[in-house]
Design a protein around this ligand. Structure first.
Ligand SMILES: [Zn+2]
Length: 119
C-alpha cells in the first residue's frame, strides 16, 4: 500500500468512505469509536453511561464484527482501506497532488505532510 502520510485512517474511513464499507465494517468502526470514547479522559459518570450503552448496543453483535477487530484497530483499518482501494480505487480520497499524502478531510486544500496548497 502507498504511503498516505500521517492522517489517521479511522475518521477518514468512517466519515468519507462509509458507503464503501460493509455493514460489519461500519459496526466495527462504531465499536472502536465508542471504545475510544470510553477510554478517553471523560468524567467517570459519562464513562459509566457509555460503557453501559456500549454493552447494550454491541453485546449481541455477530462474531464477524469481533473477528474483524481481533488483531487490533490499526490492523482493521489497514485491511479495510486495502479492500476499499481494491474495489473503488483512490478517487474518493483527497490526496495531495505533490506528495500523495491523505488530507484530513475530503474538502481540505492543504497537505498535512508537505503543506502544499491547491484550489
Ligand atoms: Zn503533500
Amino acid at each position: 500500500m502507498p504511503d498516505y502520510g500521517t492522517v489517521s485512517l479511522e475518521k477518514y474511513l468512517y466519515w468519507e468512505a462509509s458507503e464503501f464499507l460493509t455493514e460489519t465494517e461500519q459496526v466495527a468502526c462504531e465499536v472502536l469509536a465508542i471504545q475510544g470514547a470510553i477510554q478517553s479522559n471523560l468524567s467517570s459518570l459519562i464513562q459509566e453511561r457509555l460503557r453501559r450503552q456500549f454493552q447494550e448496543q454491541f453485546q449481541e453483535q455477530s462474531e464477524a464484527v469481533w473477528a474483524l477487530l481481533t488483531d487490533g484497530p490499526e490492523a482493521f483499518y489497514k485491511q479495510t482501506l486495502k479492500h476499499v482501494i481494491a474495489e473503488h480505487g483512490e478517487s474518493w480520497m483527497n490526496l495531495c497532488p505533490s506528495c500523495h499524502a491523505l488530507c484530513r478531510t475530503c474538502r481540505a486544500k492543504q497537505c498535512p505532510r508537505c503543506f502544499a496548497r491547491w484550489d
